[in-house]
Design a protein around this ligand. Structure first.
Ligand SMILES: Nc1ncnc2c1ncn2[C@@H]1O[C@H](COP(=O)(O)OP(=O)(O)O)[C@@H](O)[C@H]1O
Ligand SMILES: O=P(O)(O)O[C@H]1O[C@H](CO)[C@@H](O[C@H]2O[C@H](CO)[C@@H](O)[C@H](O)[C@H]2O)[C@H](O)[C@H]1O
Length: 543
């Protein structure tokens, strides 16, 4: 097809190529049209596209490979999206050609005629035939696959057949497919030039350490790129039957707790406080607090603390595989940490200055406080002296929050070890104090408490000031009960998380770091929520 014709064409007209589908990607003309005229528009509309806050410059095809079985061929594309802000991101997009438009109802990318056969290029994940092929390739994976597209399966993935498949259909940043209502295959969308930590951690925890409270690792798909680097594009795990995630659960429980303030006529001012970051057993929680909050939340928090401790014990118990072996604090880590946090902090200052117009009321007040106290916050980050820290660093979850935890009966399952979306892939694999995950979860408790207040402010009869006061009391007890179980459990297993003052220092440090991270996340993706990390930062720096 002539260049002129293509340039003036749009998605409603049909592109026509004389190549076979099996060789179409060798046609430079096709690639050019496909990338600039088609994908640039398509990709920005996708839910999994993470570059929405930046301006796209152009897309390049970094690599492509075949996903095939016998003569059934699909292509996996690795797209390099370049931004005007001088950075790039890589995305995985598998494509299929279908001639029957009933197969192309969703995620149509391009109407096209190939060797006079009319049809569409679509995102292959929509096609059952593609999903079935991938399932079969995983099931028949051989131990030492040396081909470019490497399928790997664990010993647990056997004695089954493809029955059916469907989209997971939940809010997520990748695309997960449920097979036979028993297995989940996550296709990573944003990909990195390395093995994905989600794959590494899932395989390590479930296969090597037999940690039961994460879905069992069943298989994976890796691509060997031109430079010989392994890139993970898929992770297959057992599907955990569940009753939803801990975030939703917590929101509904906390709503009851705040309603109790009125129903039980609780005198907020007389609620007993407890030592911040102390360790509490349930019997240490005053009757007045139990009467207000109930027992249920506290017992759930104890179980979550136990599972978190078990996860860290498993992660800290490796002495052969260097990628997982525990290590200590040192100068290199300190330089890395401070550079990273100061850079992130500067970025947040900039984002908030540019976002002040989006904020009002308390959010604006807190944003101004954040700007006024920037030197205090910066000093807190600089004030990290590794010579005083005796604990260990291990591989951690990295983006641990209530939304990453599934509820099954009275138990919890921990998911999604990809790490913070904003960090580079190397940074996500750096060994961290395990308390960094605990701090992530504490931030999530704080989020859940304040999200409950902000979502139901009209329903509650108390003033905002009173609700905040009750919130901080509740938050202290939730943290205390968590630490009461977590600290004892990890210490019993000889995982060194530091002496008491060190633990408090690390928790406070990591909570401030997390809240500053969250501020950027919220301002970029859902500004109305920025008030929650702003309140968190204000509480941390004023206490
Ligand atoms: N193995 C699994 N069993 C049951 N549900 C799962 C499983 N893996 C993921 N999910 C569900 O899918 C959601 C998104 O999964 P997650 O791994 O967090 O994806 P993403 O990395 O795209 O955010 C989870 O919150 C959970 O509800
Ligand atoms: O789940 P992801 O890996 O995509 O994590 C990102 O999105 C999270 C929001 O879904 C975000 O979490 C923040 O909001 C949560 C409530 O929605 C709260 O429980 C967390 O504590 C808070 O950090 C996460 O930070 C971001 O990386």
């Amino acid at each position: 097809m002539a260049k002129q014709e293509i340039k003036s064409a749009n998605l409603s007209s049909t592109f026509s190529f004389s190549d076979k589908w099996e060789t179409l990607l060798e046609n430079k003309e096709f690639i050019k049209v496909f990338l600039s005229d088609v994908l640039e528009n398509y990709i920005v509309k996708q839910r999994w596209y993470g570059g929405k806050a930046s301006r796209m410059k152009y897309i390049e095809l970094a690599e492509y490979f075949r996903i095939q079985q016998h003569d059934e061929v699909y292509y996996g594309l690795i797209l390099e999206v370049n931004f005007t802000e001088a950075f790039y991101q890589h995305y995985f997009l598998p494509i299929a050609f279908v001639s029957d438009d009933s197969f192309a109802q969703d995620d149509r990318i391009l109407p096209i005629s190939i060797q006079d056969q009319e049809g569409f290029i679509i995102d292959a994940i929509n096609l059952e035939a593609f999903r079935k092929l991938v399932f079969q390739r995983l099931l028949t994976a051989v131990a030492k696959d040396k081909t470019r597209v490497r399928y790997h399966k664990s010993e647990l993935f056997k004695d089954c057949q493809y029955e059916n498949s469907r989209f997971m259909g939940l809010e997520q940043s990748n695309t997960s497919i449920v097979y036979n209502e028993k297995y989940v295959l996550k296709f990573f969308r944003r990909i990195y030039s390395d093995r994905n930590p989600d794959y590494e951690m899932s395989k390590f925890l479930s296969e090597k350490k037999d940690f039961k409270n994460t879905p069992a690792y069943l298989g994976s798909i890796q691509i060997k790129d031109i430079e010989g680097t392994n890139i993970t594009i898929g992770l297959m795990q057992e599907m955990v039957e569940n009753q939803g995630d801990a975030w939703q659960y917590m929101l509904s429980e906390l709503h009851k707790v705040f309603c109790n303030l009125e129903y039980k006529n609780i005198d907020i001012k007389s609620l007993p406080k407890t030592v911040d970051f102390g360790q509490l057993q349930i019997q240490d929680v005053p009757a007045q607090i139990i009467d207000w909050v109930g027992l249920n939340i506290f017992t759930k928090i104890q179980t979550l603390a136990m599972r978190t401790a078990e996860m860290h014990i498993a992660l800290g118990s490796e002495f052969e595989e260097t990628a997982f072996a525990p290590t200590h604090f040192n100068e290199d880590y300190t330089v890395w940490l401070k550079n990273r946090l100061l850079y992130q902090f500067q970025n947040r200052l900039n984002t908030i200055e540019n976002s002040l117009h989006k904020l009002d009321g308390l959010a604006l007040e807190l944003a101004n406080e954040f700007l006024e106290k920037k030197n205090i916050i910066r000093r807190r980050f600089v004030n990290f002296d590794w010579t005083k820290l005796k604990g260990e660093r291990i591989r951690v979850h990295g983006d641990y929050h209530l939304g990453q935890v599934l509820i099954k009966g009275d138990d919890f399952y921990i998911l999604d070890f990809e790490g913070e979306p904003e960090s580079t892939i190397r940074d996500r694999k750096v060994k961290q104090p395990p308390l960094k995950d605990v701090a992530g979860l504490f931030r999530s408790f704080h989020y859940a408490i304040y999200a409950t207040i902000f979502n139901n402010m009209e329903t509650y009869t108390h003033s905002q000031e009173d609700l905040f006061e009750a919130a901080e009391v509740l938050y202290q007890y939730l943290k205390g009960v968590f630490l009461g179980v977590y600290t004892i459990k990890v210490q019993e297993a000889n995982l060194n998380i530091g002496y008491e003052q060190e633990r408090i220092f690390l928790l406070k440090y990591a909570m401030l770091e997390k809240a500053v991270y969250e501020l950027g996340y919220e301002l970029n993706s859902r500004p109305r929520w920025a008030i929650i990390p702003l309140k968190g930062i204000s509480n941390i720096i004023n206490n």
